[in-house]
Design a protein around this ligand. Structure first.
Ligand SMILES: Nc1nc2c(ncn2[C@@H]2O[C@H](COP(=O)(O)OP(=O)(O)OP(=O)(O)O)[C@@H](O)[C@H]2O)c(=O)[nH]1
Ligand SMILES: [Mg+2]
Length: 338
């Protein structure tokens, strides 16, 4: 069961720059004073909260974060430039764990959270710093301090934004496995999926969301029939519902009736569920026999002011449009509720 999004990353902070060994050259003065500047500080690696992010996908793509080194000091008392900090943005709720010790390093819970996870090395001092009345021409300088190199595990408890609901066998698991890395079992019999699976979906335009495959609902699920009851609770926490319907002409009752069976299950469990934005998804559109019943279903639902999409998870048809509209709807909701 995958309820946690995870990423393993390596963070390496920058080394400090070396202090400089240098003497001022002045005309007519045989030996000028020491003027070697200090090295700059190496960059820190910082993990920062970002309320616009929802998943750890970015950290799964990029696994190495290396901050730059501080510049070396130079003559004429010039200090080396300190390297900029490297900032890794993560969604709120991310827990940062040291992979070697297993200890929690930080929990990123607010948008202004900033935690240094690898401290940049201090710059070394140049020889100008070591001048004393006794030793006016020191040849001493320091190397920059090394950076830190750590393996971290990031964990984020996923809360599904989008719940897939529908009759058993309607194609929920197939859809989620097509659009995310979730791999629930898929088979041609009802109640294949026994535990809710969560998958992270990335849509062009930079909106990520979490989709939950919720095991089959059937009539009387609210009383505990099938496996629906336990999972209705998961639906409660989602923001948008995708209601999948297999339009097959070979199934009884017909598709519109099956739509209402699910709707009445939802309402019996909680009226609030009916207030959630819903997109109806007619599935398995690659099968020619589904075309006519799908057309009837579509017009029946649209006349009830429902958003309807048609897809085939098998061929991929309609998926882009569906995910695009889902992301747009979510964006609107997030802007409203934060
Ligand atoms: N032709 C076709 N078959 C599909 C499509 N999507 C799903 N199926 C088939 O429909 C059957 C049921 O698919 P699942 O994804 O397991 O359905 P489910 O809604 O998760 O079912 P439960 O977990 O039992 O509730 C499987 O045999 C799938 O291969 C599709 O787009 N086209
Ligand atoms: Mg399933």
């Amino acid at each position: 069961m995958k309820f946690v999004d995870q990423a393993r990353i390596r963070v390496v902070s920058g080394r400090g720059g070396r202090g400089c060994l240098s003497f001022r050259r002045e005309p007519f003065v045989p030996k000028g004073g020491p003027d070697g500047g200090d090295g700059g500080k190496g960059g820190d690696v910082i993990i920062a909260g970002d309320s616009s992010m929802n998943t750890l996908l970015d950290c799964q793509y990029q696994q190495l974060y290396r901050a730059r080194h501080g510049a070396h000091g130079k003559g004429k008392d010039m200090h080396g430039r300190s390297a900029p900090d490297l900032i890794i943005n993560v969604p709120l709720g991310t827990v940062v764990i040291d992979e070697e010790t297993g200890q929690v390093v930080a929990e990123i819970d607010t948008a202004d959270a900033r935690v240094i996870v690898a401290k940049g090395g201090r710059g070394g001092r140049g020889n100008a710093r070591f001048a004393t009345p006794r030793n006016r021409a020191p040849r001493r300088f320091e190397e920059g301090a090394p950076g830190e190199d750590r393996l971290l595990r990031l964990e984020l408890k996923l809360i599904a934004d989008v719940g897939l609901i529908g009759m058993p066998n309607s194609g929920k698991s197939t859809l989620i496995s097509r659009v995310s890395a979730a791999r629930p079992e898929i088979a041609d019999y009802p109640f294949t999926t026994k535990v809710p699976a969560l998958g992270v979906v990335r849509v062009d335009g930079g909106i990520d969301f979490v989709m939950a495959d919720i095991p089959g609902l059937i009539e009387n699920a609210h009383q505990g029939a099938g496996m629906g009851d336990r999972f209705l609770r998961h639906i409660e926490r989602t923001r948008i519902l995708l209601h999948l319907i297999d339009p097959s002409p070979y199934l009884t009752p017909g598709p519109l009736e099956r739509f209402f069976i699910i709707m009445s299950e939802l309402s019996l469990y909680s009226q609030d569920l009916l207030k959630k934005p819903m997109i109806v998804v007619i599935t398995k559109m690659d099968l020619p026999e589904n075309e006519a019943p799908a057309a009837d279903l579509r017009s029946a639902l649209r006349s009830r002011d429902l958003k309807v999409h048609q897809i085939s998870a098998a061929t991929g048809a309609g998926l882009k449009g569906l995910l695009g509209e889902t992301a747009l709807l979510l964006k609107g909701l997030r802007n409203q509720n934060g």
